[in-house]
Design a protein around this ligand. Structure first.
Ligand code: C2E
Ligand code: MG
Ligand code: MG
Ligand code: MG
Length: 281
């Protein structure tokens, strides 16, 4: 056994494992406290119709306000939240806050924007997602047709029967569904025609070298064609340059999202952003 022949190595791994486990427990207890104190905030990134050149919606992206008041990006804590199950209550908070904010914009007289919310696999597995969505729509008064749930391919891959049924019921409620980071998962394309999704989000890794890499350009073009053949709308993520936008336009991509238009913004900056865009175009 490795343990007998190399005790030093084994001890090294054990102590490293416990260090990782300890770090995970610490971040989880901080997250639990943050959740109780609502120390999270949503930023919103505009989604642009590339033909009309108009804002059509916003993606809600969560940030953690840590003990020093710093904003921690989701890449640093979503995995820990998923591992601890905290993603279920956190996801519920995100959904509620996004819909509350969307309703507030409607009440303030802004145009009808869709609001997109990222979903974790756990919310679908045992998170009571149907009840949560119904409850949030009722309590906030946000129209179901303006809510879009962003699913990952990992959600679509688990327990197909249950997921298909859940997605079908969400569709019946009028909620829109999109597939996030499309092209990066291990999914079979056959689910696309069986699932009631409305939109594909082309992952930013394919958009980055658009126009520079012939392969990436071909992939982006193929995803757009696939989406349109299945009567889905297609949005490109991570659009940073006019050159990328020009390629997306020429390929018939419907929408774009990225730093070219705006970084994710705090909710209070959205009305000004919308006004400014309306006055320049
Ligand atoms: P995502 O859903 O694919 O969101 C896009 C990410 O790309 C966001 O990072 C956004 O700020 C960033 N981004 C947008 N435009 C550009 C661009 O032009 N260039 C580059 N380089 N990046 C751009 P963010 O906010 O750090 O979120 C990272 C990921 O965390 C999200 O990826 C999503 O998977 C996850 N996430 C965020 N909020 C939530 C949430 O409420 N629930 C769950 N389950 N996951 C979330
Ligand atoms: Mg997303
Ligand atoms: Mg994405
Ligand atoms: Mg992504």
């Amino acid at each position: 056994h490795a343990k007998d022949s190399a005790p030093g190595v084994s001890r090294f791994f054990e102590s490293r494992m416990s260090r990782d486990a300890l770090a995970l427990m610490q971040i989880q207890s901080r997250l639990r406290q943050a959740l109780a104190q609502e120390k999270f905030i949503l930023h919103f990134q505009p989604q642009i119709d590339v033909i009309a050149n108009k804002v059509v919606g916003f993606e809600a992206l969560v940030r953690w306000i840590d003990e020093n008041g710093e904003l921690v990006p989701p890449g640093s804590f979503i995995a820990a939240a998923e591992e601890s199950g905290l993603i279920v209550p956190l996801g519920k908070w995100v959904l509620g806050e996004a819909c509350r904010q969307g309703r507030e914009w409607l009440d303030a007289g802004l145009p009808q924007f869709s609001v997109a919310v990222n979903m974790s696999a756990q919310q679908f597995k045992h998170g009571g997602i149907l009840e949560t969505v119904a409850e949030v729509l009722t309590s906030t008064g946000f129209p179901a047709g303006l809510l879009e749930l962003e699913l990952t391919e990992s959600i679509l891959l688990q327990d197909t029967e249950l997921v298909m049924q859940t997605l079908g019921e969400l569709k019946l409620m009028g909620v829109k569904l999109s597939i996030d980071d499309f092209g990066t998962g291990y999914s079979s394309l056959s689910y696309l025609k069986r699932l009631a999704v409305d939109k594909l989000k082309i992952d930013q890794s394919f958009v980055r070298d658009l126009g520079e890499s012939a392969d990436d350009s071909a992939i982006v073009r193929a995803i757009i064609q696939l989406g349109h053949t299945l009567q889905l709308s297609v949005i490109a993520e991570g659009v940073e340059t006019d050159r990328q936008l020009a390629f997306l336009r020429s390929f018939g991509c419907n929408q774009a999202q990225g730093y070219l238009f705006s970084r994710p913004l705090p909710a209070e900056d959205i009305p000004d952003y919308v006004l400014q865009r309306a006055s320049v175009s």
